[in-house]
Design a protein around this ligand. Structure first.
Ligand SMILES: [Zn+2]
Length: 465
């Protein structure tokens, strides 16, 4: 057995031991969105810095900015200037659990049927822990790593990384690298690893229809004056096709990409189970595309909230104004401004009853991201996954918007960005009963061991050329 395979086997054996650490980290309940948990986020950051130092990493420290949850950073640069430097990014904060029906205590790690349950198990503690286990195995076996490594764990990814760009500005040294592994993404199945190469962006808008200075009696004025509520319904209906999908801003899908996208195991059964569909409800028809193409490469619309009268507030009145907040997913390669203009033009044209419509963009959107995962770093990643998973990773997209990826993608566009993770379709991230598949975790630990060695061979830093 070659060295790397022996180290991967060692890492695989210690994956089990790392569950104790996972249980401990998870028990802090570091919910970044909850001001009352800020102390827990900080406490865990200190614990992690201590653990990284014990692991053998150097300069383990907290990066801090006023009003922000800290990042934890550490490095090991003894591979020297002729070896490449790999930055490993993950986040240690978690989503809240309030209002969710969990079968187990959410902040206690519970093992059941080949999976580990607990908030943060897969999103994203298992993601970066898989690297710590791999690093530990390299240290144990060789006393070193094949490449230089920097670790950067963020404490506020789950609130949209509001200060990540400021951290990049304030601590440039913590982010300088030749390649990056961003480990907070999904695998298409527990047997098929994934590398994420595109994201949809996010655009939130408010559509407001106004008709009168006050609500008026519907018996007296109905059919005589325009109704803001029914007008808004008619306007929103313009945005979607017969299936309820956004019909504006559709993108051409490359036929080769489309053919490959059928390898993504998004079968009707997987979709039914993953999306918790009721019995008898079918996924939307493909209409010449594939579920992956719809979820990753096309724009979409969801209604976030409306001001339609809610139960208990019924009255026989025509409402003076009605509004809806919409979330639009921006297709990879499409800009938010482009999609906004299309939607605005559609809603502005021939408004029923000649009503005034105001369409405004809300703050907090994020850009889409479209990446070509090719070149020596990706060939290296393919070899690492082949060795650990028995197959190369599928290039996949993410239908959601991950602000940190867009930020890394913008700032480090010319670096190889390897987006992987330990999430699978059954993980249930951001919902009740979040879990990590133990097999996925173990294979990812092994893939990481190989990845460092493969990247060291594949990437020669410019200074050493
Ligand atoms: Zn995450």
């Amino acid at each position: 057995m070659t060295d790397v395979f022996r180290i991967a086997a060692l890492a695989e054996n210690s994956a089990e031991d790392s569950f104790t650490r996972l249980a401990r980290y998870l028990s802090y309940a570091p919910i970044s969105s909850d001001p009352e948990s800020a102390g827990k986020v900080l406490e865990l950051a200190h614990v992690l810095a201590g653990d990284l130092a014990s692991l053998g990493m150097t300069r383990a420290r907290l990066l801090e900015l006023p009003g922000a949850h800290p990042c934890v950073a550490a490095e090991w640069l003894s591979a020297g200037p002729n070896a490449p430097t790999l930055l490993i990014y993950g986040h240690f904060d978690v989503q809240p659990v309030a209002g969710e029906a969990w079968d187990t205590a959410p902040h206690t790690l519970v093992r059941k049927g080949g999976r580990l349950y607990g908030r943060g198990a897969a999103d994203d503690m298992g993601g970066w822990l898989s690297h710590l286990v791999a690093i530990e195995a390299w240290f144990k076996e060789t006393g070193s790593l094949p490449c230089n490594v920097k670790l950067l764990l963020e404490g506020e990814e789950e609130i949209g990384s509001p200060n990540l760009e400021a951290f990049m500005e304030a601590y440039p040294d913590a982010f300088t690298a030749d390649a990056m592994v961003l480990t907070d993404c999904e695998n298409p199945s527990v047997d098929i690893p994934g590398l994420t190469v595109s994201l949809r962006g996010l655009l939130e808008i408010e559509v407001r229809v106004a008709s009168a200075k006050s609500d008026v009696h519907s018996g007296l004025w109905g059919n005589v004056v325009p109704d803001s509520a029914t007008t808004l319904i008619a306007l929103l209906a313009r945005l979607v096709d017969v299936d309820g999908r956004l019909r504006l801003g559709r993108r051409d899908v490359d036929p080769v990409w489309l053919a490959h996208s059928h390898d993504v195991p998004l079968t009707p059964d997987v979709i039914r189970s993953g999306a918790r569909l009721l019995d008898g409800i079918a996924p939307l028809p493909d209409r010449g595309l594939s579920p992956a193409a719809w979820a990753w490469r096309q724009p979409a619309v969801t209604v976030l909230s409306t001001t339609f009268p809610s139960p208990g507030r019924e009255k026989n009145a025509i409402r003076q104004s009605t509004s809806a907040m919409l979330s639009l997913r921006v297709a990879p390669g499409q800009t938010s401004a482009e999609l906004f203009e299309l939607v605005k033009a559609e809603l502005d044209r021939n408004v029923p009853g000649g009503l005034a419509v105001t369409i405004s963009e809300l703050p907090g959107g994020s850009s889409s991201w479209d990446y070509v995962a090719a070149g020596p770093a990706f060939e290296a990643a393919d070899r690492a996954y082949l060795a650990a998973w028995g197959r190369t990773p599928l290039r996949i997209g993410v239908g959601g918007s991950i602000p940190f990826v867009a930020m890394f993608g913008k700032r480090f566009a010319r670096l190889p960005l390897v987006l992987n993770g330990v999430i699978d379709p059954e993980t249930g991230a951001h919902g009740p009963n979040e879990s990590m598949h133990i097999g996925v975790y173990t294979k990812t630990v092994k893939a990481n061991v190989h990845l460092y060695a493969e990247l060291a061979k594949a990437l020669i830093p410019p200074t050493a050329r």
